[in-house]
Design a binder for this molecule. Structure first.
Ligand code: ADP
Ligand code: MG
Length: 707
């Protein structure tokens, strides 16, 4: 077993051996730009494809369409002027067969190296041309007869304009030589039949002749499997590491017990105040969360449940457990509208129980904000609701016992990371070093493979049942041409005492255009529906104005609400039964599902109309099809993953960090399972090697993988 002191192969890159940056050559700079400064980085820069220069094909055997390497003697080399000026070279091999080489662009140097009598080695694609079988612009070099051939296939690397292939080949070969690629994984944990890491990389860079090229290209070759296994194992190990580290930390034990002079606990009292009973699924997840809160280790639990499944009340119950035990609770939502709505609901539920709820948001400033900050710092405010303003550095909690994050997927990777760090580093005067419990909620369920990999350090609770009495939402897709019919439908719905949303198209990268568009749509709809109160809601409105519009809609004084995606998450107005989404093809699948989830929250049958402008792209079509075919959030998530791939799904662009370079969660599920099993054994039996593996693969990026 390698010792822990063995330097990790991908330790922070030492500056390249070359001198200061300004003296670097252009290709050396290009290498640096690609991050290829360290031997391991170079060794992991894998070829895109290979060229076979290990064999010579007799001229008699080359056929149009083949790419081949041939050798022959130049018999003729002349410039022809018809059909255009070009250099035509006739090549003859030992068997007396002939091939024509043709160059439309050529220099005197061409004529020199391809002089009559010269033996040349040529590589290119053969085709049927004007002169019979020919190669146009092949690569060639003059050789002495019998010059040795390449012993392995020649790698072709992803390169850039400033980085010639030949330079890159040399750099990678040198990196491969120098890289520390000793075996870190104990041999018994490597799936049988896979090569050593060094050998695997050797094969991937320099495959011996007759290697199954298809297996290399499809990444099924054992060498590929080994590399993928390394990567997946490192990822599993880092998740284990996060879990173990968390288990070693301390959190307050929040026990759901009756307080002084009360017969029941705070959460039991909340249950009696609620206008409905919990579904079986809600009861189950509340029990799971309560059990975690009662432990002395910090909970990191993800609560997933489809839109409308009733996560808010679960959050409220968790909050009462914390508050009942005498600790503070923070509830954070991604938008002011949503935070405001939670605030209103929690006030309604909790004030009758004598709990005062504080409200913090980015738009609340000055003295009022300071008063709230004081109440939080003194511990007087037990429950604090707000946007991410809740975790800003100047917000000091006296005794934060539980942090709840709603619509967790809407927070960027960096924000999630900041939250975790904020929580796991409590101020030293915080009753010892007790870390708050963390509950994250999302309506975007995580498909199984992702749950096994990227979220393996979280515990997951799932609400898999909707509250009773809901009628499924009917989804219809129309082209823009049917817009007038849709407007008529809106009028009917409002006539019947229902309410409707009209979500405006999203215009990529331009908030200003979004806004103009929403305003224009609002005007047009207000003109078309004179008998209806039509409101407008968009992200640029001052918070107070937004709140006023939302209140008017919520209280039923507004029939139609034209909005941008600010209403995407969480908004809960059960009387709304019609959702129109314009240019639905421009929205992501998860977003469409979220938007649709704004209706179907009451007993009335609800409809979601997706308007689109043809022609649809392939993925646009797939998204709309998925919306028609299912209302199940899990199925939506599965299809979304299929359409977009895991990187996009997880927002890898946000983190700027590829999540998996080599493995593919879809195709490599079997390896994921093996890696998961191996990770467990490796932590138990070879902890030093486990840490070395994590360092080798993740180096400084570990944090991002945990966010
Ligand atoms: P989400 O999971 O999308 O956050 P909400 O918490 O907003 O869902 O709940 C959706 C609606 O269902 C709300 O109006 C809520 O009060 C109501 N609700 C939640 N749980 C139940 C239940 N067990 N029975 C009836 N209605 C419920
Ligand atoms: Mg919600």
């Amino acid at each position: 077993m390698p010792r822990a002191s063995t330097p990790p192969a991908s330790a922070p890159a030492a500056p390249p051996a070359a001198a200061p940056a300004r003296t670097l050559s252009a290709p050396a700079k290009a290498l640096q730009k690609l991050g290829l400064t360290h031997p391991v980085a170079l060794a992991l820069h894998l070829p895109l494809r290979y060229e076979d220069e290990t064999r010579l094909t007799p001229l008699a055997d080359v056929h149009a369409g083949d790419t081949a390497q041939v050798e022959g003697t130049v018999r003729e080399c002349k410039v022809e002027l018809r059909p255009r000026r070009q250099l035509v070279v006739r090549l003859l091999d030992e068997a007396g067969d002939e091939l024509v080489l043709r160059f439309v662009n050529f220099y005197p140097s061409h004529q020199k190296s391809l002089a009559v009598g010269q033996v040349v080695r040529v590589r290119g694609e053969v085709r049927h041309g004007f002169f019979g079988r020919e190669m146009v612009h092949p690569t060639f070099k003059a050789v002495v007869p019998g010059a040795p051939l390449a012993e392995t296939l020649t790698p072709v690397y992803p390169a850039s304009a400033q980085l010639p292939q030949s330079y890159l080949r040399k750099a990678v070969a040198a990196g491969l030589q120098r890289a520390n690629l000793h075996e870190v994984i104990p041999p018994e944990l490597v799936p049988p039949g896979l090569p050593l890491l060094r050998d695997a990389l050797q094969v991937l860079h320099h495959p011996p002749p007759r290697t199954a090229l298809a297996a290399l290209e499809e990444r099924t070759h054992p060498a590929w499997q080994r590399l993928k296994f390394e990567e997946l194992l490192a990822q599993q190990l880092s998740q284990w590491q996060a879990r173990l580290e968390r288990a070693a930390r301390r959190a307050p034990q929040l026990l759901d017990k009756p307080q002084a002079e009360q017969a029941h606990s705070l959460s039991q009292r909340l249950l009696t105040v609620l206008p409905f009973g919990l579904t079986a699924a809600q009861q189950r997840v509340v029990a799971e969360i309560s059990a975690d809160l009662g432990r002395a280790q910090p909970m990191h639990r993800l609560l997933q449940g489809d839109v409308g499944a009733g996560k808010t009340v679960v959050a409220a119950l968790a909050a009462t457990v914390a508050m009942g035990a005498g600790w503070q609770c923070a509830l954070m939502a991604p938008t002011e509208i949503l935070a405001e709505q939670h605030f209103a609901k929690l006030v309604q539920w909790l004030e009758p129980l004598g709990i005062s709820v504080a409200w913090l948001s980015g738009s609340r400033k000055g003295k009022v904000r300071q008063a709230h900050l004081d109440a939080i710092a003194s511990g007087q405010a037990l429950l604090v609701v707000g946007t991410h303003a809740v975790i800003q550095a100047d917000v000091k909690f006296a005794r934060l016992g539980l942090a709840i994050v709603d619509e967790q997927h809407r927070f960027g990777v960096a924000q999630r990371l900041a939250l975790r760090q904020h929580l796991s580093a409590p101020a030293p005067d915080d009753a010892g070093v007790l870390e708050p419990h963390l509950l994250m909620m999302t309506a975007t369920p995580i498909p199984r493979t992702l749950a096994m990999t990227h979220f393996a350090d979280l515990d997951v609770s799932t609400i898999d049942e909707l509250p009773p009495g809901r009628t499924p939402i009917l989804t219809k897709v129309f082209t823009d041409a049917r817009r007038d019919d849709v407007v008529a439908r809106v009028a009917e719905e409002i006539e019947r005492g229902r309410q409707a949303y009209w979500v405006c198209p999203l215009i990529e990268e331009s908030e200003t255009l979004d806004l103009q568009n929403a305003q224009a749509t609002h005007e047009a709809l207000a003109a078309a529906l004179p008998q209806v109160t039509v409101g407008l809601l968009h992200g640029r409105m001052p918070a107070a104005e937004k709140a006023a519009v939302m209140a008017e809609f919520k209280e039923g004084r507004m029939g139609l609400l034209v909005a941008t995606t600010v209403i995407e998450v969480g908004v809960d107005v059960p009387n709304a039964s019609l959702m129109v989404i314009e240019h639905a093809e421009r929205f992501g699948l998860a977003q469409l599902h979220q938007l649709r989830g704004r209706v179907g929250r009451g007993a009335a049958a609800s409809v979601c109309v997706l308007l689109h402008t043809p022609p649809l792209s392939v993925s646009g079509k797939a998204r709309l099809k998925a919306m028609i075919e299912t209302t199940d959030g899990f199925e939506i998530a599965r299809r979304d993953l299929e359409i977009r791939g895991p990187g996009e799904f997880l927002g890898e662009r946000q983190s700027g960090d590829a999540l998996l370079r080599f493995a593919d969660l879809h195709e490599d599920q079997a390896l994921v399972q093996r890696a998961q099993a191996a990770a467990k054994l490796m932590w138990e039996r070879h902890p030093h090697a486990a840490m070395a593996q994590v360092r080798r693969w993740h180096g400084g990026h570990l944090d991002y993988l945990q966010a």
